[in-house]
Design a binder for this molecule. Structure first.
Ligand SMILES: Nc1ncnc2c1ncn2[C@@H]1O[C@H](COP(=O)(O)OP(=O)(O)OP(=O)(O)O)[C@@H](O)[C@H]1O
Ligand SMILES: [Mg+2]
Length: 817
């Protein structure tokens, strides 16, 4: 039985043997009487620390505390039951009424026992619940007037049904538990009366004393039964799960043992039959594979050494599989160089044209590169790096190059690579180590004369604790070193000089400097709407038709519809979303054709709303309403250019400048410079200079969640401020970019192509560019040059002249009021 105790700080007694005493009236174990008689409705109280005694339960209470002992003696003397109360604070040594629960169980003492270690126990049997009315003072023990709580005698079918369930579940639990005493099962089966059953189960439950106390205080039998049913159901679940886990663990151990024994037996049998074991045959096979792999001498030596080690090892040894895996890597790498087919330049040109629309300059550069490789195969050719926003065809150009040169194509993504080991592998001493991703992808393509695309070099993690991945990459790309590239795992040199490396990146700035120096950068700025239309018409439509399983006769898309997708459903420099939306259109059509509701569909612009939903993008220019203080700037982002609005507002204040919209340091500085310029030019602009100290200026750049930085918004900020303070709105279809100096000069900026394309996409008609960017004019696509009016500005004063609408005639500018 449970060994819980009321008190365990009882001083050891000298008495060694177990003494059993039956209490007799007038003869308490140690006798000292009490003068004042106890009222009839009072009980002698024994506080206990962590046992809840239920009616019907037998339990040995340890009587250690002086007062408890006195109580037990007095109860024995007077032949009165004890009142057992659970302490609400188990740590208190001399509990008072406030430290006890006020509902408990009356108990008769069956006998006293002193165990060999000298502890006194009163073996008690619970009789009935009681509730304390008041505690009584003036006795050497605790006493209280109480009210007994009788169990209601009426038994309705509800209660009986629950009692039946309770018994079933309790028996079920006993079956799930290991080593249950048989008496417990029979006690449970034979108990009579639903209340007695409930109390028996409550007493046996494996729950904390506070929870048991709660059950004791549930006087309503039905509620108590329900609570117990819940507890049992939970317990059964837990036991079942843990039994299943046990079974599974045992199974797997058994299985392993069985396999081991079987393997041993097989060995013995093979020996008996005189058959060499399989391992030897396998090793002999490997020997041949090494010969066939045409490895360089050093590698072959290493491979044979490892094979020797393998031969000596028992097959079950943990190291066996490590050596075996290593050998597999050595054997499966493409050591031998494939004869490089001569490059057919005319054929290559055809393939590039087949796969990609436009991109003339880029294709020309690629062909030059291929021609040089053809004429001087052993020469060190530069490493191409395609830089541009997502979806402009960087990866697919790489695939075309592979096709044009008859090579296989492999890709390694460098985005988020922080650890040198991801490129160069882990040493073999680490458990589970593997070669780096360069060697891994070469094993996959099975030839070292492949095109290997290193994607996202700009997102290569910075070097740190685990070595610098960029320097590992440098070694990979450096023609001087990469013929003996040493992967940490392989630990033998591998010749990478036959690999044609091509890198891609979204941004040039974040490519580590030494890497950038090794590469020949080719920029892909993005497409104009007309170019996208052509790409869509010539490539994407056919590709998506095939992907949905439709024939060209079944479904067509009008140019108008394609243009509407480009303008209203996508806003991107590349064509990836365009392709996705075209795919959405075709899937919609495919469903209708598969259903049999139509046989042929021609999609026009008007059908798009029904298929793709409401248009996703509005011409943003509409947002730049004619309010003074708003100017449209042009920004460069890794995903192509974008337009951004600069908003300025003025309020009474003390001349402060407030900047919001996640502006970077450089952008904040150019805002300050713009404000200083405005102040210096107050007279010229017709602004009252005294107003500056009396007002605060707030500049905000919406889309506040995206961080923005760079000096190129200077002109736009200046114009926004000038517009605010003069009350003249900025022309709504005009956008501008340019850095400003405190002398009022407009300085050149980068990313002109991307910015101009973004302006075109957003429906802008006029762009103001720094005069010193005229040299970039040639790079701007002809379509953009035709559609946009480009104003070259050299001084901020020109910008104000071009950008601000005439002052409203009847109202004076507020600033000069
Ligand atoms: N000029 C083009 N002609 C035909 N198809 C094109 C052209 N440009 C891009 N595409 C197509 O657009 C899709 C996206 O291109 P790709 O995957 O090469 O983009 P990416 O530049 O590598 O983008 P990311 O930076 O996100 O990797 C491809 O299916 C590609 O064939
Ligand atoms: Mg890509």
């Amino acid at each position: 039985m449970n060994e819980e105790t009321i008190v365990n700080n009882d001083p050891a007694s000298a008495d060694a043997g177990t003494r059993v005493e039956t209490p007799a009236p007038g003869s308490p174990p140690t006798g000292e009487g009490v003068s004042r008689p106890l009222p009839d409705d009072a009980l002698i109280i024994v506080p206990v620390r962590n046992v809840v005694l239920f009616p019907g339960m037998v339990f040995p209470l340890t009587v250690g505390r002086e007062r408890s002992r006195a109580a037990a003696h007095e109860a024995a003397r007077l032949e009165r039951p004890l009142g057992v109360l659970l302490q609400s604070k188990p740590d208190v040594d001399q509990p008072g009424p406030q430290d006890l629960h006020w509902v408990g169980t009356t108990a008769t003492v069956l006998r006293y026992i002193t165990t060999p270690d000298g502890t006194h126990h009163a073996v008690c049997q619970g009789v009935s619940r009681f509730r304390v009315l008041e505690f009584l003072d003036g006795y050497p023990f605790m006493a209280a007037r109480v009210q007994l709580v009788a169990e209601s005698a009426s038994v309705d079918p509800d209660i009986e049904g629950r009692a039946h369930n309770l018994k079933q579940r309790a028996l079920e639990i006993l079956q799930l538990l290991p080593q249950v005493p048989a008496e417990l099962v029979s006690a449970l089966s034979s108990v009579e009366g639903p209340a007695q059953l409930a109390d028996l189960i409550a007493g046996l439950m494996d729950i904390g004393p506070e929870e048991k106390q709660a059950l004791l205080e549930m006087f309503d039998l039905k509620a108590r039964q329900d609570r117990l049913l819940d507890l049992l159901a939970h317990r059964i679940e837990v036991l079942k799960v843990s039994r299943d886990i046990d079974a599974r663990t045992k199974e797997s151990i058994d299985d392993r043992n069985r396999k081991h024994v079987l393997r041993e037996q097989m060995r013995t049998i093979q020996k008996e039959l005189g058959e060499g074991d399989e391992g030897a045959a396998e090793i002999a096979g490997l020997d041949q594979v090494i010969t066939d792999a045409k490895m360089p001498e050093e590698v072959e030596k290493q491979a044979r050494k490892e094979l020797k080690r393998l031969e000596r090892m028992p097959e079950g040894a943990g190291e066996y599989s490590m050596v075996r895996t290593y050998l597999d890597w050595l054997l499966e790498l493409p050591w031998a160089a494939d004869p490089d087919g001569a490059i057919d330049i005319a054929g290559a040109r055809r393939i590039l044209d087949d796969d990609h629309y436009g991109l003339e300059k880029i294709k020309k550069r690629i062909l030059e590169y291929l021609a040089v490789r053809k004429l001087n195969p052993s020469g060190k050719s530069p490493i191409l790096c395609f830089v541009g926003p997502p979806g402009v065809g960087k990866t697919s150009l790489g695939q075309s190059i592979a096709r044009a040169t008859g090579r296989k194509f492999a890709r390694v993504s460098l985005g988020g690579v922080h650890d040198e080991a991801e490129i160069r592998g882990h040493r073999r001493t680490y458990i589970g180590s593997l070669p780096g991703n360069i060697i891994q992808s070469l094993r996959k393509v099975e030839t070292r004369n492949c095109v290997l695309m290193l994607d996202e070099v700009d997102k290569l993690g910075a070097g740190g604790f685990h070595g610098d991945p960029a320097s590992a990459l440098l070694e990979v790309l450096d023609p001087e070193q990469n013929s003996t590239f040493r992967d940490n795992y392989l630990a033998v040199p591998f010749d990478l000089s036959g690999v044609m490396f091509i890198c891609t990146a979204n941004v040039l700035d974040t490519i580590p400097g030494p890497l950038r120096d090794r590469m020949e950068v080719i920029q892909l700025p993005g497409y104009t709407a007309q170019e996208k239309l052509q790409i869509g018409r010539r490539y994407l439509v056919a590709r998506q038709l095939a992907a949905t399983g439709l024939h060209a006769e079944q479904c067509g898309v009008s140019d108008g519809a394609l243009m509407a997708i480009i303008d209203d459903y996508t806003r991107e420099a590349g064509v990836r979303n365009l392709e996705r939306e075209i795919g959405n259109v075709f899937r919609n059509v495919a469903v209708r054709i598969a259903e049999g509701s139509v046989v042929q569909v021609q999609v026009a612009a008007g059908d798009l709303a029904a298929i793709l939903g409401p248009r996703k993008f509005e011409a943003e220019v509409a947002m730049a309403s004619g309010v003074p203080g708003v100017a449209t700037g042009l920004a460069w982002t890794p995903v192509g250019g974008d337009i951004l609005f600069i908003e300025a507002a003025r309020m009474p204040g003390t001349g402060k400048l407030i900047l919001t919209g996640q502006l970077g340091e450089v952008m904040k500085e150019s805002a300050q410079a713009a404000l200083s310029l405005i102040k210096a030019r107050s007279a010229q602009l017709g602004i009252d200079p005294h107003n500056h100290e009396k007002s605060d200026i707030h500049i905000h750049v919406p889309a506040g969640a995206t961080p923005k930085d760079g000096p190129s918004a200077g002109v736009a900020i200046f114009v926004a401020l000038a517009s605010l303070l003069t009350g003249r709105p900025v022309k709504s279809d005009l956008a501008m970019t340019g850095e400003i100096s405190l002398r009022g000069l407009v300085l050149p900026i980068g990313g002109v192509k991307e910015k101009v394309l973004a302006a075109l996409r957003a429906g802008i008609r006029t762009v103001m560019l720094p005069g010193r960017n005229r040299r970039d004019l040639e790079e701007i696509p002809a379509e953009a040059r035709d559609k946009l009016e480009i104003l070259w500005i050299d001084r901020v004063d020109d910008a104000v002249g071009h950008a601000l609408a005439a002052a409203p005639r009847e109202t004076k500018p507020p600033a000069s009021a």
